[in-house]
Design a binder for this molecule. Structure first.
Ligand code: SAH
Ligand code: SF4
Length: 379
């Protein structure tokens, strides 16, 4: 049975206020309900004990507080957790939490699949693409908080302290929903994660970088991956629309970027493609004048990928050159290897497993249920 109630998760404060006003409730009710949803993490209206007992069932009749469905939750020995979330039947994306000492970053998806087809990215090969709604984006954080029991979030030492929009999809191709979700996440009377603890990663949708800076002011990460238009055009088709010069100009103008809040340039290390010492020198020149730091990402191979990861030696040399030029350039160590925490992998792994199960069932003369077949693009 489908739930026809309106899900309150993902509505703006104004929208929530409007719905309650239609029921004849005063504005302070919206404030109370907001607090219960986003500060206390209520999953049921009956938990909202500051509301009149007669109001709670009325709310439950019209509204839900549904989180995305969790298809799988994996816990790594190193403390990482990963959720494979099913948003609507057969449409999945993932969410990964990477802990550090007394804090940690949750990696959130913005789309199912991605339209931008970067050559090294598995997500870009998936045919089925749809934008996630604001509720589905905030819902990922709610699932993670549920899992760690961080309701209300402890002051100071909370685990889920930071957010990176670096999961599946290109957040700036779904700007409206992402902006709406981040406004909910930043709201002081709810989840209250500050813009300084939120990083949005983009492949370089230049006009929306400007909007993101002006309207949201979150930290910026740029998936750069190449130092010439010639190579970037080839591995990241978005570069043909917004070439390096425009991208770098948008970074130079990005509000709030200073030495304390540097722009992160992500650089995936592709063997013999973009990893020469000359590339490293060119990279340092390219970002001159921008408060910048680098994140060197070892290429994470997937079946049929046209690239290999650079050698450890090449990566070390590359990092040394950037360090000598005065930049922080850690080689991101893969975390959560045992649960395949890297971008896109859990989803494809599960779908592969399902495809084998499905094929095995067919081979055994079992049910022939096409609805259960995984999407062919990711099998
Ligand atoms: N679409 C956004 C955010 C999601 S991708 C963006 O492109 O920035 C998150 C990061 O993972 C990006 O820097 C992306 O370039 C990188 N990435 C994608 N596929 C990868 C792979 N196979 N190995 C290593 N990094 C990869
Ligand atoms: Fe999309 Fe980012 Fe992957 Fe490129 S790297 S295809 S923009 S998710």
């Amino acid at each position: 049975m489908t739930d026809e109630r309106i899900n309150l998760i993902g509505l703006s404060r104004e929208e929530l206020g409007g719905l309650l006003a239609e029921m004849g409730e005063k504005p302070f009710r919206a404030k109370q309900v907001w607090h219960w949803i986003y500060h206390r993490g209520a999953t049921d209206f009956e938990q909202m004990t500051t509301l009149a007992a007669s109001l709670r069932p009325k709310l439950a009749e019209r509204f839900s507080l549904a989180r995305p469905g969790v298809s799988r939750e994996l816990r790594s020995d190193d403390g990482s957790r990963k959720w494979l979330l099913e948003f609507t039947k057969g449409q999945e994306a993932e969410c990964v939490f990477i802990p550090e000492e007394d804090r940690g970053a949750l990696c959130i998806s913005s789309q199912i699949g991605c339209t931008l087809t970067c050559k090294f990215c598995h997500t870009g090969t998936q045919l089925l693409v749809r934008n996630l709604t604001a509720g589905e984006i905030v819902g990922q954080l709610m699932v993670a908080r549920d899992s760690y029991g961080e309701w209300p979030a402890p002051k100071g030492g909370r685990l889920l302290s930071n957010i990176v929009m670096m999961g599946m999809g290109e957040p700036l191709m779904n700007y409206d929903a992402v902006a709406k979700a981040l406004r909910i996440v930043m709201d002081n009377e709810g989840i209250a994660i500050s813009k300084r603890r939120i990083t949005l990663s983009t492949s370089g949708v230049v006009p929306l970088i400007r909007r993101c800076g002006a309207e949201l002011g979150v930290k910026l990460a740029i998936s750069l991956h190449a130092v010439t238009d010639e190579l970037r055009d080839k591995i990241m088709p978005i570069n043909r629309k917004y070439p390096l010069e425009e991208l770098m100009a948008a970074c130079r103008e990005y509000p709030g970027a200073d030495n304390a809040r540097r722009i992160t340039f992500e650089y995936v290390m592709l063997k013999d493609v973009n990893d020469s010492p000359a590339d490293a020198h060119a990279l340092a020149r390219l970002v001159k004048g921008i408060p910048a730091k680098f994140n060197l990402i070892p290429f994470n191979p997937w079946p049929g990928a046209p690239y290999e990861c650079s050698t450890p030696r090449a990566m070390k040399k590359f990092a040394d050159i950037l360090n000598d030029a005065g930049y922080s350039a850690p080689i991101r160590t893969p975390r959560g290897r045992d649960i395949l925490a890297a971008c896109g992998q859990l989803r494809s792994e599960t779908q592969r497993e399902r495809m084998s199960l499905y094929k095995a069932r067919i081979a055994a003369g079992g049910e022939d249920d096409h609805a259960k077949a995984p999407h062919p693009a990711s099998s």
